[in-house]
Design a protein around this ligand. Structure first.
Ligand SMILES: C[S@@+](CC[C@H](N)C(=O)[O-])C[C@H]1O[C@@H](n2cnc3c(N)ncnc32)[C@H](O)[C@@H]1O
Length: 272
């Protein structure tokens, strides 16, 4: 019998700078992606699976006073940071635990809602995660899963160095998790036993226009998670000079009169 292969290390790491990036990232996506149409009521119980340092959980808790929130992450440093972050927002009583999302330490039906964001892209297999989320939801409870698609990034003007960087980013995610997680969510939720499953697109498309800084902001946001990974991408066999040139192209798009950037994110919902 062979022992199971260990999970690959978490791709973004656990530095304080990365935790701050997650908080900024959640602020960035608050209205477009995190909060729309959440059917959460005071007194209900919400679990954030793969909660990291509580960035998304903080946004949800602050917008839904009276919601009883819980979160789990396998990394103790993330849970310690989540406790500090939620306290700084005045969120009290959060049930934050260190543990594996494939074996949740709560009984069947313990929650009314589950939320997973930027999480299943980082796991070796998505199915066991969704099965456990469904187990801890009461019948009729909801699940929301937000994920991007790492082959959806498009720049204009086109640029071969950007293509090199995007290919490297995709390969990196492939080695650590699920770069196509977003587009796969619908059937995965159906097979996990969820009902009323939807998977909708949240498209982002920004272009150079007077008085509009959204292209520059989105490029900076994207560069904030690509730049720290350049060394690892080069170690995968990609040309570091071209990776840097691709990043410069991204960051200069807003100065180009025809500059534009497109990205597709998926927002899936279902009911236990
Ligand atoms: C992008 S981060 C967190 C995103 C988070 N939802 C947010 O609000 O920003 C992904 C997290 O998944 C965690 N993780 C990866 N595999 C896990 C597992 N099997 N069980 C629990 N947490 C896991 C990592 O430790 C990391 O903190």
């Amino acid at each position: 019998m062979h022992a199971a292969a260990p999970d690959p290390p978490y791709l973004h790491g656990y530095s304080a700078a990365e935790q701050a990036r997650l908080v900024e990232q959640a602020e960035y996506w608050r209205e477009a992606l995190i909060l729309p149409d959440l059917p959460y009521r005071p007194g209900e119980r919400l679990l954030d699976v793969g909660c990291g340092c509580g960035a998304v959980l903080g946004i949800i808790a602050a917008a839904h006073p009276g919601l009883a929130v819980a979160g789990i992450d396998r990394e103790p440093r993330q849970i310690e940071a989540a406790a500090r972050h939620l306290a700084s927002l005045g969120v009290t009583g959060a049930d934050l635990r260190v543990g594996d999302a494939r074996a949740l330490p709560w009984p069947d039906g313990a929650f009314d809602h589950a939320y997973l964001m930027w999480f299943v892209e980082h796991v070796p297999a998505i199915e066991p995660i969704l099965a456990e989320a469904r187990r801890v939801l009461r019948p009729g409870g909801t699940i929301t899963v937000n994920e991007t698609e790492y082959e959806s990034y498009q720049v204009w003007p086109e640029n071969p160095d950007w293509d090199h960087l995007e290919a490297a980013m995709f390969r990196h995610f492939q080695a650590h998790g699920q770069p196509h997680a977003g587009r796969r969510l619908g059937p995965l939720l159906v097979r996990a036993g969820f009902r009323e499953v939807t998977n909708g697109l949240v498209g982002v498309h920004f272009f150079t226009a007077p008085g509009d800084d959204r292209l520059e902001r989105h490029a900076r946001y994207t560069a904030d998670y690509l730049a720290p990974a350049l060394g690892e991408l080069a170690a995968l066999g990609f040309d570091e000079r071209r990776l840097r040139a691709g990043l410069d192209h991204l960051l200069g798009l807003h100065r180009h009169p025809d500059g534009a950037f497109t990205q597709t994110v998926y927002r899936a919902r279902g009911r236990a």
